[in-house]
Ligand binder design. Structure first.
Ligand code: ADP
Ligand code: MG
Ligand code: MG
Length: 929
């Protein structure tokens, strides 16, 4: 909170002790344009908010002496201005752009539209966070009918000149002039023209087209643009430049960019910067190339140089999968000099940025240029491995490793893998690149639309595409796994999968995918839409049918105890990371666990207690549902007591099991919570069966079910209201717990159970329940002649409890925030029914997140803070925790740390995530202090 404030103060000149030394001339005019050229840059790597990630990287790389073609960046502030002012620019912009352009022209000795030395530039988007493929980039700007001839002559390479021109026309026509496929058209209109020209020239690949073919293409493209827009493509490079700048700003609000931002929670008001940069050419023949590389493997995190390139190609060719790129190692043979330089750049970049970099390079006539660098997106596996390796290499500290690994990555490490035995039996139909580790099987679909529709019906789907494009994003989000027949490690599919942690195999070239027939063929085998298919994104393998999954290595070591920790590098990394996290975190992490084996799993994952043990299952399981039903059907107290007496030993046994597993760790037990009708059968056949079994008249059951029917059962007779209506149930539960405590105590385990009353809203309501608990505790202590301690507290899950927390805290020794119900009651939204409108609420940005996944800090969170403050007035040392599903959500865990809770409690498999998030929250606080 205090951060932005500090900045504001620092900016105000009068408040500083030392007078500002900034040049007074620039005081009035805002700087909208930042230049980089010849080893000097106006900006630097820390200026991502203003210059965008790409821009900041270009400025920083220029400063550290890397070969970056000169250019300039127009700031994100211009983008904000653009949208705030009906798509107009600030009045100073034109002059600043002209000056920066002149600087570039001087640096490279070329001029825009010049007869002798024409300058060509690229116009590139670049937001604060990279949004791969979401916005548009225009290459070879400055080309026109005259310039193309000059370039052809100067380079003595007409093919190159015409190829560059046609590429420019193609993107400019699409992005700036809006010539795109119309509704009902299957193909991009430019691609259709290319196909026609290729066919009449008998060319198979783009590179087979001659200079003359490309000339024809240019003519046809110009005609296409005129035909579709009624306007001529602009010949003046300055007009082209402004058109392109406008289009890049405009692309910030295109549909795919908006979808992407929503998915990754990028604020819509950040805006994009525009980078204008001198072109270098990877398409000048066999001594030129373009490529992308990662300084380490972004899928596994292994320390190998990883990437691919294409000879005689430009821009997105590598990514688009037009031709199959070569692995970067091969560059050592094809262009040894450039390869050597590239390796130097790799190590320089890693040392400088101290993180894995994702870079883009171009070789023009054997000379290497670097066009982009950024911290590489990576899978959860890679995030952990890279950070751990970098600590070992002394590149980063342990604390940085903790800060850097997204807490959710750990859930990838725990996700299932294919069962070895089933894999052996399965039919492998293809291999491809292992682009997103993990195992996934599901029904085969061929379009994003199908993927979304089937997933909404609760099916698991695998989306298979020849290659993916940003239009497929929604489908990729809905699918368990992504499979492509074409494309390499830097293809769109691989990129997105890495980022979303999706299982992905790409470039499985043996597969033939036919969208029209909705089939996938591998040799003689044909799979149809809806058939099962399985993909292993760790090994890059594809199987027909459904392959069974097995536990991940970490789970095999910790929970199943089947794998020797020494044999699993993943486990070892996981263990050290958890160890470091535990050293810095202050928030305790408990588990939601109802059964002894769940408790054991939770402890294996590092839980230091149970924050929520629900007792419902103790009534549901096996035959014990019968005495429970007897209890509900009982017409007199005596009858009810008889039934409860049958339940008592069963529950006691359960608690003994749990206490043995917990070995003295804190254990919070919640008393019966769900509405009673959930325990009775609801069809007539079942009711008649039950009548026979319990030897009661059918009518009695029918009548009781009718009696218990409620319009809003979640707001009905449930929670402590049950215990108020049937105090003997509370009594039985209390007795089961204390007798179990007495029993385990005899075998040397000291338990101090925390007894939790659900759905409390009134002081008296709570008091009536506590009274029973205290009385039974005394009775059991006396009967068994043992001493034990326990706590009584409430599950805080309705707003009234928050408002009277000071009163409740007089007797309650702890509060556990039941944020599932607290969210439902605070927002007045039913979790089960919100699926119908929540997506729209997120789309309209009424809500930033799903409030049932991430705590609504302003509303629900505020109630938590009020409860805390109120409660501490009467009981300063009250224990506070959270046991809703939010307890395993990183953002919510951090919030719980900030508001000073003692613990979070979550499901066993989320415990590692919560431990890491808690450590991150502790470090964030340290930084501020
Ligand atoms: P994105 O944000 O989609 O990656 P970029 O602005 O990085 O878009 O541009 C895409 C590709 O275009 C780059 O990877 C690079 O190969 C090519 N490119 C961009 N600017 C230039 C340039 N000045 N010279 C040569 N190639 C360029
Ligand atoms: Mg792009
Ligand atoms: Mg790029």
């Amino acid at each position: 909170m205090s951060k932005p404030l500090k900045k504001k103060i620092a900016k105000k000149p009068g408040l500083r002790a030392t007078p500002s030394v900034a040049a007074p001339v620039t005081q009035k005019t805002v700087r909208y344009v930042y230049s980089f050229s010849d080893g000097k840059a106006d900006g630097n790597g820390s200026m991502k908010p203003l210059l965008g990630g790409k821009g900041a990287g270009l400025h920083e790389m220029t400063r550290i002496g890397l070969p970056v073609p000169p250019g300039f960046t127009i700031t994100t502030e211009v983008c904000s201005y653009f949208y705030a002012n009906k798509k107009q620019y600030p009045s100073e912009l034109a002059a600043q752009v002209a000056a920066a352009l002149a600087k570039v022209e001087k640096s490279v000795g070329k001029k825009f539209g010049d007869r002798k030395n024409p300058l060509l530039v690229s116009v590139r988007s670049g937001a604060r966070d990279s949004m791969p493929g979401m916005m548009d980039t225009i290459l070879n700007l400055g080309m026109n009918d005259e310039v193309v001839e000059i370039v052809a002559k100067k380079t003595r390479n007409p093919r190159f000149a015409w190829d560059s021109y046609r590429r420019f026309l193609q993107t400019y026509g699409d992005v700036v002039m809006g010539v795109q496929k119309k509704v009902g058209e299957d193909h991009d209109p430019f691609e259709t023209v290319i196909d026609e020209v290729k066919r009449s020239a008998n060319a198979e690949k783009d590179t087979d087209l001659s200079a003359n073919d490309l000339k024809t293409l240019v003519e046809r493209f110009k005609r296409l643009i005129r035909g579709r827009t009624g306007r001529d493509f602009p010949q003046d490079p300055k007009d082209q430049l402004w058109g392109a700048i406008g289009a890049v700003f405009g692309s910030w609000n295109n549909d795919r960019a908006i979808v992407y931002r929503r998915k990754y929670g990028i604020p819509h008001d950040w805006g994009t910067a525009v980078n204008v940069q001198t072109m270098v050419f990877g398409n000048r023949g066999d001594t030129s190339a373009t490529g992308v590389a990662f300084t380490r493997d972004p899928a596994t995190g292994e320390k190998v140089f990883y990437g691919e390139y294409l000879i005689n190609a430009q821009g997105e060719d590598v990514v688009a999968g037009v031709r199959t790129p070569h692995p970067v190692a091969q560059l050592a043979e094809e262009m040894p000099r450039a390869h050597k330089e590239l390796l130097q750049v790799r190590s320089l970049l890693e040392k400088h940025f101290r993180d894995m970099q994702d870079l883009e390079f171009t070789v023009e006539d054997n000379k290497l240029y670097i066009l982009q660098t950024r911290n590489g997106k990576r899978t959860g596996f890679a995030a952990v491995r890279i950070a751990m390796d970098m600590v070992a290499e002394n590149l980063i500290t342990k604390e940085e490793a903790i800060r850097r690994i997204p807490a959710d990555s750990l859930s990838h490490l725990l996700a299932p893998i294919f069962d070895r035995e089933s894999v052996r039996k399965a039919t492998k139909i293809a291999t491809g690149l292992a682009a997103g580790p993990g195992a996934a099987s599901g029904r085969l679909v061929f379009s994003a639309k199908e993927a979304v529709e089937l997933a909404q019906k609760g099916e698991k789907v695998i989306l298979a595409r020849i290659e993916t494009s940003p239009e497929d994003l929604r489908g990729m989000i809905a699918a368990q796994g992504i499979l492509t027949a074409r494309g390499g490690v830097s293809s769109h599919a691989a990129l997105v999968a890495r980022q979303m942690g999706k299982v992905c195999v790409c470039g499985a070239s043996a597969l033939r995918i036919d969208y029209a027939a909705q089939t996938l063929m591998a040799g003689k085998l044909t799979l149809r839409q809806g058939d099962y298919i399985s993909i292993d994104g760790t090994a890059g393998e594809v199987y027909a049918g459904e392959v069974k999954t097995a536990a991940s290595e970490v789970v095999q070591v910790l929970v199943e105890k089947k794998l020797n920790p020494k044999q699993s590098k993943v486990y070892q990394e996981f263990a050290s990371l958890m160890n470091w996290a535990d050293q810095v975190r202050t928030l305790e992490v408990r588990a939601n666990a109802d059964l002894p084996d769940q408790a054991a799993t939770a402890i294996a994952f590092g839980a230091t207690g149970i924050g929520l043990c629900r007792t419902e299952h103790m009534f549901f399981e096996g035959d014990r549902i019968d005495p429970m039903r007897e209890m509900i059907l009982a017409e007199t107290l005596e009858e009810r007591k008889v039934a409860l007496a049958k339940l008592l030993p069963l529950q006691r046994g359960d608690f003994v099991g749990i206490f043995r597993a917990m070995k003295g760790l804190p254990t919070t037990i919640r008393f019966l919570d769900p509405p009673l009708h959930e325990f009775l059968p609801n069809t007539e056949v079942q009711q008649r069966d039950l009548a026979k079994k319990l030897n009661v008249p059918f009518e009695r059951i029918e009548h009781r079910v009718e009696e218990l029917r409620e319009f809003n059962p979640m707001l009905g007779l449930r929670g402590c209201r049950l215990g108020i209506a049937y105090p003997e149930v509370t009594e039985m539960q209390a007795r089961a717990i204390f007798e179990a405590v007495a029993e385990v105590q005899k075998s040397g385990i000291k338990m101090k159970p925390e007894i939790m009353i659900p759905l409390v809203g009134f002081y008296k309501e709570m008091g009536l329940q506590f009274e029973i608990v205290h009385r039974v505790a005394k009775e059991v202590a006396k009967e068994q002649n043992v001493k034990f301690k326990y706590l009584v507290g409430i599950m805080l899950e309705i707003p009234r409890a928050a408002m009277v927390a000071d009163e409740l805290a007089k007797d309650a020794e702890f509060f556990s925030f039941g944020t599932n119900d607290l969210t439902q009651t605070t927002l007045g939204m039913s979790r089960d029914d919100s699926g119908g409108f929540l997506p729209q609420y997120q789309e309209l940005e009424i809500l930033a997140n799903n409030p049932f996944a991430t705590i609504d800090q302003q509303g629900v969170g505020k109630l938590m803070e009020i409860s805390r403050d109120q409660a501490r007035k009467t009981r300063p040392d009250i224990e506070l925790g959270i046991c809703g599903e939010h307890g395993g959500d990183p953002e919510s865990v951090k919030f719980c740390h900030r508001i000073g809770l003692n613990y979070v409690s979550c499901s066993p498999f989320r415990i590692p995530v919560a431990r890491l998030a808690a450590a991150q929250a502790a470090l964030a606080e340290k930084k501020v202090a």
